[in-house]
Design a protein around this ligand. Structure first.
Ligand code: PMP
Length: 453
């Protein structure tokens, strides 16, 4: 076996890429990164990229935050690893759970840790199944989510995800039901107002529950803003319309705040931005500002009591991961929450969100941009062939991949999702860096749309 020489060739030879457009990478080569500087990442060839996707939405404090790295180093020195089984857990785990309940919208609650957002969603589903069965309702197992939702990649969370690509795995599993995506611009019908669209979705939910039987449904999961579906904020009044329906049928509502949590939408939780209180919150990503793989289920008071009662009956909750509540992850999360909330990062999102929207409004003048949408520091531009009819570009043209690749060549990383370009930068972005992002994106859009004209 000969060893390939370049970093790009070595990456290709030995690593299996996930969620990667392979023809494009084989043509262009992988980007192999060595380090970061604020919101920039630097590759093995010394090229610098403004990462307008915060890694994968998670590196909210940028790529070289000294205080976060120090918190990790300190904890590695003090107590570098432990579990949370058999009635033992680290002091950091105790402190983080207290903190998460304190910053949650709940008056009281309990926290359970995982290594990822996918596992946190899986854990929540198992908690619901376990709780309902213990309450004498073992048939309450169906899970309701929406099309375009992203909840993860494990067998259960991929089944919750509303994306056709999971068909290659024979997913979703039976009993995972997807409702209409609350994207008015794309799915609103001719002549339908946004309010009427929202009401239609609430009716669809009610009818679905009645058809399936409320006594067969375990819970409803929703991201406050759908992230990997293409940054889709809910239609006007969406959560206010669906929550009473869920309540009427006694179905728990779980907010998947893996992207929206900790400042991304301008508040601690996306559910605060959209003015509703869920029964539980799923957190990950920004929870550790991306420095440690960690997820958390945060239960509100009612689910805490019901789950606790179920656990008390068998005197054990038979679930947990080796690294659940890892002390280093917890120490980093405690620091990350402090940094984001108290060192001006969340405030920067609030301060710069209007400038963000202004920049996008200007880019959306482009005849091939159909819509700009988002909130806080999570936004998307959707490309269209024809603005008036909202007709997308032909699929084989891979318009968003072309735009993203052109941006990468110019030193800007943004994410193609469907026919949209997603911008979700670290919270430390300065106004000048935001301008750089828009200038580069504007040039890339001009170049690609001219090629496809
Ligand atoms: N939920 C949401 C809303 C997400 O965006 C993601 C990741 N993009 C997940 C769950 C899954 O998280 P992980 O990749 O850590 O498993």
């Amino acid at each position: 076996m000969t060893t390939p020489q370049s970093w790009e060739a070595r990456a290709d030879e030995y690593s299996l890429y996930g969620f990667t457009d392979l023809p494009s990478v084989h043509k262009r080569g992988a980007v192999v990164l060595t380090h970061g500087e604020g919101p920039y990442v630097v590759d093995v060839n010394g090229n610098r990229y403004l990462d307008a996707n915060s890694g994968l939405w998670n590196m909210v404090a940028g790529f070289d935050h000294k205080g976060l790295a120090q918190a990790a180093k300190d904890q590695y020195d003090r107590f570098p690893g432990y579990h949370a089984f058999f009635g033992r857990m680290s002091d950091q785990t105790v402190m983080l759970s207290e903190k998460l309940v304190e910053v949650s919208p709940f008056s009281r609650g309990k926290v359970f840790y995982t290594n990822s957002g996918s596992e946190a969603n899986d854990t929540m589903v198992k908690m619901l199944w376990f709780m309902h069965a213990s309450e004498g309702n073992p048939q309450k197992r169906k899970i309701l989510t929406r099309w375009n939702a992203y909840h993860g990649v494990t067998a259960v969370s991929a089944s919750m995800t509303g994306k056709p690509y999971n068909e290659v795995f024979g997913l979703p599993l039976p009993g995972f039901i997807h409702l209409t995506c609350p994207h008015y611009w794309r799915f609103g019908e001719e002549g339908e107002t946004e309010a009427a669209f929202t009401q239609r979705l609430a009716r669809e939910l009610d009818e679905t529950i009645q058809r399936e039987g409320a006594d067969t449904i375990a819970g409803f999961f929703a991201e406050p803003v759908q992230g990997a579906g293409g940054v889709i904020p809910p239609s006007e009044g969406y959560f206010q319309a669906i929550l009473p329906v869920l309540k009427k049928h006694g179905i728990p509502m779980i907010a998947d705040e893996v992207i929206c949590g900790f400042g991304r939408t301008g508040n601690t939780w996306g559910s605060i931005t959209y003015d509703f209180v869920p029964d539980a919150i799923i957190s990950s990503k920004n929870l550790t500002a991306g420095l440690f793989p960690m997820g958390a289920v945060i239960l509100g008071p009612e689910l805490t009591d019901r789950l606790q009662a179920a656990i008390d009956k068998i005197e054990e909750f038979p679930h947990g991961f080796t690294a659940s509540g890892h002390p280093v992850g917890c120490a980093i999360a405690l620091k990350a929450i402090d940094v984001v909330m108290n060192e001006g990062l969340a405030q920067n999102v609030i301060d710069l969100a209007p400038r963000f929207e202004d920049g996008l409004r200007q880019l959306a003048q482009n005849p091939n941009i159909g819509e700009y949408r988002g909130v806080g520091f999570m936004w998307a531009l959707e490309a269209v062939r024809d603005k008036a009819t909202k007709t997308p570009f032909e699929g084989h043209l891979s318009v968003s991949e072309r735009i993203a690749n052109t941006c990468t060549d110019m030193g800007l990383i943004c994410r193609p999702l469907g026919q949209s370009i997603v911008l979700c930068p670290p919270f430390i972005l300065t106004p000048a860096q935001m301008d750089e992002m828009f200038e580069k994106l504007d040039k890339a859009l001009g170049k690609v749309f001219a090629e496809l004209a």
